[in-house]
Design a protein around this ligand. Structure first.
Ligand SMILES: Nc1ncnc2c1ncn2[C@@H]1O[C@H](COP(=O)(O)OP(=O)(O)OP(=O)(O)O)[C@@H](O)[C@H]1O
Ligand SMILES: [Mg+2]
Length: 234
């Protein structure tokens, strides 16, 4: 047996182990995190003398918890095989719901979302895993927010349909990417950020590929970034 075969065998043994530990970690972290989030949400909705101070703290804590939760979701989707749980979904509705979900963050971040949704997409629903596509949207949205350079930001979400394919584009006026970052952006664990895990784009790519679509980035340093993903009808 040569050295190469031995290493391969070790890898084979190690991968399921890493997968199991990862799953256990994910559950152990996610459950308490969700309990804490539940209580914070309760405080947020409670009127009282300290409401203003509480708001400031909660507006910091809730996005932090959501971020940890997103990492766990990304990690789970990255580290094990999955099949989309598809249902018929109108993509424009999903975009509108998504905007509603991030309203608070938009306010805190001084950011506007402009929706430019093609009415043609209201005629037929797509057969997609809505939760997973919402996760892709969250990853793209967070990347835009994290690329904010000026005091305000504008994100445009555009949908259109062509040749039996839906297109969804997230465009921002953030700091953009240089050629090196652009070339690495889809590599797992590549991150140009201090706290980034580098899983947002690779996991998004995996989700979109499982739906038979593609995802691509156009970006100019100092000008902004546009990420477009496609979802085929058939
Ligand atoms: N909208 C954007 N504007 C500028 N740079 C971006 C944008 N989207 C992605 N990038 C660059 O691509 C890198 C990879 O993105 P990705 O979402 O995969 O990882 P991350 O954001 O660093 O970490 P994570 O998503 O796991 O928290 C980022 O670190 C960032 O440098
Ligand atoms: Mg990201």
């Amino acid at each position: 047996m040569n050295e190469f075969t031995c290493k391969e065998e070790i890898e084979e043994e190690r991968l399921p182990f890493i997968g199991n530990v990862g799953m256990k970690l994910a559950h152990e972290i996610r459950n308490p995190l969700m309990t804490v989030r539940g209580y914070l949400q309760y405080f947020l909705e409670t009127e009282g003398a300290e409401k203003e101070k509480l708001d400031i703290v909660l507006n910091i804590l809730i996005p932090e918890i959501d971020r940890a939760n997103k990492f766990i979701s990304d990690f789970l989707l990255f580290s094990r095989p999955f099949t989309p749980q598809r249902q018929y979904t109108y993509i424009n509705h999903l975009v509108q719901e998504f905007r509603y979900l991030v309203l608070r963050q938009l306010m805190v971040q001084n950011t506007d979302i402009i929706l430019d949704l093609s009415p043609d997409l209201n005629k037929y629903p797509l057969y997609i895993d809505a939760a997973q596509i919402a996760q892709v949207m969250l990853s793209l949205f967070l990347n835009s927010i994290e690329a904010k350079e000026k005091p305000t930001m504008c994100i445009t979400i555009q949908t259109k349909v062509s040749d039996e394919t839906a297109y969804v584009c997230f465009k921002d006026d953030g700091k953009g990417m240089d050629a090196y970052i652009l070339s690495q952006a889809f590599n797992p664990f590549f991150s140009a950020k201090e706290v980034g895990m580098g899983l947002g784009l690779p996991v998004s790519q995996k989700i979109i590929a499982m739906h038979g679509g593609t995802i691509n980035i156009r970006s100019r340093k100092g000008r902004g970034t546009a990420v477009t993903f496609t979802l085929p009808y058939s």
